[in-house]
Ligand binder design. Structure first.
Ligand SMILES: CC(C)(COP(=O)(O)OP(=O)(O)OC[C@H]1O[C@@H](n2cnc3c(N)ncnc32)[C@H](O)[C@@H]1OP(=O)(O)O)[C@@H](O)C(=O)NCCC(=O)NCCS
Length: 162
């Protein structure tokens, strides 16, 4: 029903508008956005979902970050248009994109989000990983893309360019 493709420059502003629709005003003030400033997203993993009529229904983006001495993907933003929520599209966007991540050489993914939602996809709290403030540590979640990839990884999350 939905077609998943990589986000292109032609999708950019439509995806921004979708995020504006789905998130509270001021989303770009979140600390996770400071990790994205001036850093290119991981192009092969940023995906859009369109319906048969070509209408944008959902989107997901990823950025690269450093965590301590390691590299990781920062998942998000992910959003599904309010009229399309609850159909499994959020799940499909997450799983579709993460299936592409390990073949591209990524071992681990993290995000700042709701544990009850992301726990469904194997994400759990990263106790030793510190996001820039202000971030609720209980919302710092990770999933290994290869077994054990988060074992022993600790420290501050830093911008890729730093
Ligand atoms: C979060 C979001 C991407 C999920 O997309 P979706 O297509 O509705 O998700 P799915 O259909 O795969 O899953 C829906 C299920 O997740 C649950 N769910 C959705 N958001 C949740 C949340 N924040 N916490 C707990 N459960 C949540 C729904 O209640 C539903 O449960 P059910 O299957 O038992 O009925 C979408 O609701 C959205 O765009 N929200 C606004 C933006 C946002 O918050 N993005 C995530 C930032 S952390």
């Amino acid at each position: 029903m939905y077609q998943f493709t990589s986000e292109t420059e032609h999708d950019h502003w439509e995806v921004e508008a979708l995020y504006d629709t789905c998130f509270a005003p001021g989303r770009e003030a979140l600390s996770s956005y400071r990790l994205r400033d001036g850093v290119r997203p991981v192009s092969g993993l940023c995906r859009v979902a369109r319906d048969e009529g070509g209408v944008l229904a959902g989107a997901i983006r990823y950025w690269p970050v450093h965590v301590g001495m390691a590299d990781a993907l920062l998942l998000g933003p992910v959003a599904v248009h309010p009229t399309r929520q609850g159909e499994g599209l959020g799940r499909d966007l997450i799983e579709d994109s993460l299936a592409l991540a390990a073949p591209l050489g990524w071992d681990r993914v993290m995000l700042v989000g709701d544990a009850p939602y992301y726990g469904r996809f194997g994400f759990s709290r990263l106790d030793a990983v510190v996001m820039p403030p202000p971030t609720n540590p209980e919302r710092v979640l990770g999933r290994a893309l290869v077994p054990g990839a988060w074992d022993g990884i600790a420290g501050d999350v830093r911008r890729w360019a730093d």
